[in-house]
Design a protein around this ligand. Sequence first.
Ligand code: SAM
Length: 295
Amino acid sequence: MAKSDQLADPAAPTGRLSVVATPIGNLGDLSARAREVLAGCELIAAEDTRHTRALLRHFGIDTPLLSLHQHNERQRIEQLLARLRGGAHVALVSDAGTPAISDPGLPLVRACAQAGVRIQVVPGPCAAIAALSVAGLPTDRFCFEGFLPAAAGARAAVLRRLADERRTLVFYESPHRIAEALGACVAAFGAERPAVLARELTKQFETLYRGSLEQLSQSAQRDADLARGEIVLIIEGAPAGSQERSGAELDRVLGILLPELSLKQAATLAARLTGCRDNEVYRRALQLRQANEMD
Ligand code: SAM
């Protein structure tokens, strides 16, 4: 057990990393505690220093900044660890929202945890949670999927694998791809699945579009505004019984393919036709073939 915050190890680094959430649009959402930490720390590791400089200027904060983005994060870690070992208080921010959530930060947090550096959180905005809280779709269990792949084939494969997921699904999506992504969601989850598209949260043009996936997909074709700005897409989970239905569908497809093809060929094709996971299909194909051989 590594309780980096609690063990009084005299050799432990004396510095501290504060992971600080910043606004996703409305500057009024920077918490008082975030301001205090950003003003009081010695160094702020920021995804884009120009972007964070503008935020800090707005609040009259002039703490030094160091860039930490996906292309230099690994090189920066040693530099930051040296400062933290030397007793510095370093804050980590991304351009918007919570660091390490579809944003840089995870490797630094991991390195600090391994090095025994004290890590504290200054929580605040996160687009996924903000969207979920106003979507009106089930929130007791949900599944954050981040960004879908940009390529159509890879996106369809991810969506097929999620078709039977019972938990509410949360995606980030770029405005340029939202119409295409909604079309792919209709194909994978069916036209009727309830969904909410949350656009420009906390900003002047904040809009929530609610409807079935088909309705949202049609709106995306018609209404150019829907595909503008920043977007979170929330989709209700699969209805109860869909797993049983897809199990029955898998058996039906394998029942046709197994007598005609090798086990591997039948399993590969059945996985593509049904969207079920490769290993699940292979296991089921093996069971069905063995059962058949015993008859
Ligand atoms: N770390 C951030 C967070 O905690 O939400 C997410 C960063 S990710 C690079 C940016 C994506 O978050 C956008 O493409 C969009 O999908 C979503 N997003 C960020 N701000 C948003 C907003 N104001 N309204 C809707 N979605 C937003």
